[in-house]
Every structure is written in structure tokens, then in C-alpha cells.
Design a protein around this ligand. Structure first.
Ligand SMILES: C[S@@+](CC[C@H](N)C(=O)[O-])C[C@H]1O[C@@H](n2cnc3c(N)ncnc32)[C@H](O)[C@@H]1O
Length: 381
């Protein structure tokens, strides 16, 4: 990436040389260009505590490393990418302070740079958490691709921080300028949000589910997840179970309730998701053992150590990326399972997961299906 201060070498995480997707976009470039122009006009760079929220792969904090910024992210993959990108560009560890959306934010913020996240709820929650640290003199600049910035996005800045306007579009990216008004009466933060699950979904029927902002399907049960909950494996006995890509943890909690001897490991790359899963599990007083881990799929789980993996792979985002993620999750499951162990997957029928499972496991069995979804089971031989 060419920045006003020089060239950077950047990659996504996990770094896949076949992956032709860049680790930055025009909205990162536009923001950096704006900051450089501002510096030139004012004859001084950014000063005080610089906070960068939602930096996708660490391009912003790597470019701004001289300001010793604080990065706040919900994504473990983004944090890993940032670490690797800082290293690639010889920025010393510790120059950038890496925080997650679950950490207490800094007390005082002098420059707030926001890469608009995909989830409006996450933006709302983050702005509300950061607002007390923002003062009249805080420079607030948001950035995103034109298609990611809606009236509702601008209204959030306006309602939580103060008067807001946007720049002209440049290479399909746009900036958001906000003038903080500390006297503004901010709305209460509605996150985390809990609701009661419906009946007819097995062990979690009528139970509570807790959702931090930004988790998958945070305000209602996803219809695919609902179908999965109705067809989870039965059977008791001590079993090491992984809820892979756990989101709010409803699937692993259902397994724990149905089978008190189960030890459930909840894994997700989202800090908000893992916090939600822990809260859901605790709220339901599940009797067994559980572990909650933020990470990339099953990385770090010993080979042959798991009896059962339950997975509702991510979809929706960039097709190439999501397909690769499902593939990596299935590959990881095969490695982590003991011989005879099983991977259970829910997916949209049209995604054709059975082809992937057959290639990897040599088998794929249909557990249940409706016109939209299938639950598939693959056995490690
Ligand atoms: C479709 S959601 C399923 C959530 C939950 N299991 C459910 O059924 O409601 C997929 C989840 O996978 C997570 N995810 C995406 N990439 C991941 C990765 N590399 N490692 C772990 N989790 C990941 C997402 O954060 C998301 O919570």
C-alpha cells in the first residue's frame, strides 16, 4: 500500500499466497490521505491518544505507527494480521497498543478513527463505549466504502457523538467528519441483548441467549441455527465437543444441557462472540465443563483429541473468503477429531458442503434436510 509517508507491505491473516485479496482498500487510503493533508495544512501531525476502531487487517495502525495508536478490534484474525503486518514493516512490538472490543477503552481519546464495521450494532455499541472518552477537541473521522455508509450509519455518529457530515466520494470510498458535542444526551446502550428462545428446539427450548453487539443473528434465532438445534446428535456419555464458530454459543449450550457429561469448547474468531457464548452458557446454569477460546478455527486444539465438532460455517461475506473459511474449518475438524469422531455441519442446501466433506472425510451422511437447509454428518475414519 502506498501511503503519504511511504510504502507498506501488508497481508491478510491467515496469509495465503494464492489469496489475491488485498489487506487494505480505498477507504483506508482515503483516510490516510486526509490525515496527511490535514497535517500539511496545520503544520502538525496528530497528537494525543490516537484510537483506531475496526481496522480490517491493520493497515491503518501500521501506517500510523509513529503516532503510537491504540487499535480496537472485535476480530482475532484482524489482530493477528495486525501483529504480522507490524512485524513485516519493522514496527516494534508494543508501538501499537492492541485492544479488543471487550477491553475497557482508553480514558481519553484525542483522535478517533473509525473504519465503519459491517455491523451497525457493533458500531453503535463501540461509539457508546468510547463516547465518554471523547472531548470537545477530539478529531473524529470515520471511513468506509460508499456502499457501507448508510443514513443509519451517519445517524449513529450524530446521535452518539455530535454533528456529522460526509466527504465527497473518492474511488468509491467516503469519509465521515464528526464534531463531538459532549453535552449531547446519549441513548442507553442496549447491548448485550438477551432474549428467550422459542419452544420446539430441543434442550435450549425457552432458554435465554445472550448476545453482545455484532454477533451473528444477535436479535433473533437464525433459521439455519434453529434447524440445527432440532437435529443435534443425541446420546450421553463423556464427550469432548467443540462448538466451532460458536457465535452466541446457543449450539454448544444445547449440547451441554442435553449431555451433562460433555466438555464443550466454544471457539470463535470474534471476541464479542466468545463473550456472548460464555454469558449464554452461564445464564443457563449448564452443569458440565466448558472452555471459551478466541482463535482461528481449531488451531491449537491437539490432533485426535475431540469426539464431536458442531459447525455452522460463516457465509454471506466475500464468497471466496467464506468458502475458504468453511474449507479450513472442515480440515481443522478432521485433524482435531479422533478416529470415529464426527463433524456435524448445517448449511444452505445450495452451498454443496457434502462435496467438501466427501473429499476430506471420504463420507458425508444426510442427517436432516428441508427445502433450504441440510444437516450433514461426516465420520473420521
Ligand atoms: C454462521 S455463524 C454461526 C454462529 C452460531 N454457531 C450459530 O449457529 O448461531 C459463523 C461464526 O463463525 C465465526 N468465524 C468466522 N471465521 C472464523 C474463524 N476463522 N475461526 C473461528 N470462528 C470463525 C463467525 O465469527 C461466526 O460467529
Amino acid at each position: 500500500m502506498t501511503t503519504p509517508w511511504g510504502e507498506l507491505e501488508l497481508a491478510r491473516f491467515p496469509d495465503d499466497p494464492r489469496d489475491r485479496l488485498r489487506a487494505w482498500d480505498a477507504s483506508d487510503e482515503y483516510l490516510l490521505q486526509h490525515l496527511a493533508e490535514r497535517e500539511e495544512e496545520q503544520g502538525a501531525g496528530l497528537s494525543g491518544t490516537v484510537v483506531v476502531v475496526g481496522d480490517r487487517w491493520g493497515a491503518l495502525v501500521t501506517a500510523l505507527a509513529a503516532q503510537r495508536p491504540v487499535q480496537i478490534t472485535d476480530s482475532f484474525l484482524a489482530q493477528e494480521a495486525t501483529r504480522a503486518n507490524l512485524d513485516r514493516n519493522s514496527v516494534e512490538t508494543g508501538t501499537v497498543h492492541l485492544l479488543t472490543t471487550q477491553d475497557p477503552p482508553p480514558d481519553r481519546i484525542d483522535v478517533l478513527l473509525v473504519r465503519v464495521p459491517k455491523s451497525l450494532a457493533l458500531l453503535e455499541d463501540q461509539l457508546l463505549r468510547l463516547a465518554p472518552a471523547v472531548h470537545e477537541g477530539t478529531v473524529v473521522v470515520g471511513t468506509g466504502m460508499v456502499k457501507e455508509i448508510h443514513t443509519s450509519t451517519l445517524q449513529l455518529f450524530e446521535r452518539i457523538l455530535g454533528p456529522t457530515r460526509t466527504s465527497l466520494a473518492r474511488k468509491k470510498a467516503r469519509l465521515i467528519f464528526c464534531t463531538p458535542d459532549p453535552s449531547l444526551e446519549r441513548p442507553a446502550n442496549r447491548w448485550p441483548y438477551s432474549y428467550a428462545l422459542p419452544d420446539g428446539i430441543g434442550a435450549v427450548s425457552g432458554r435465554t441467549v445472550v448476545n453482545h453487539a455484532g454477533v451473528f443473528c444477535a436479535d433473533r434465532l437464525d433459521i439455519g441455527t434453529r434447524f440445527f438445534l432440532r437435529h443435534l446428535p443425541a446420546g450421553r456419555g463423556a464427550r469432548r465437543v467443540v462448538d466451532l464458530g460458536c457465535g452466541n454459543g446457543v449450539v454448544g449450550t444445547a449440547m451441554g444441557l442435553a449431555n451433562p457429561e460433555a466438555e464443550v469448547l466454544f471457539v470463535d474468531e470474534s471476541f464479542q462472540a466468545v463473550a456472548s457464548a460464555e454469558a449464554t452458557y452461564t445464564a443457563n446454569g449448564v452443569p458440565g465443563h466448558a472452555e471459551f477460546r478466541v482463535g482461528d478455527g481449531l488451531a491449537g486444539v491437539p490432533a485426535g483429541s475431540v469426539d464431536l465438532v458442531l459447525n455452522n460455517p460463516p457465509f454471506h461475506s466475500h464468497q471466496a473468503t467464506t468458502d475458504a473459511t468453511a474449507w479450513r474449518m472442515f480440515t481443522g475438524a478432521r485433524r482435531a477429531l479422533r478416529p470415529g469422531g464426527e463433524l456435524w455441519v448445517i448449511g444452505n442446501r445450495h452451498l454443496g458442503y457434502h462435496i467438501k466433506l466427501r473429499r476430506l472425510f471420504g463420507n458425508s451422511h444426510l442427517v436432516a434436510g428441508d427445502p433450504k437447509f441440510v444437516v450433514l454428518r461426516a465420520v473420521k475414519r
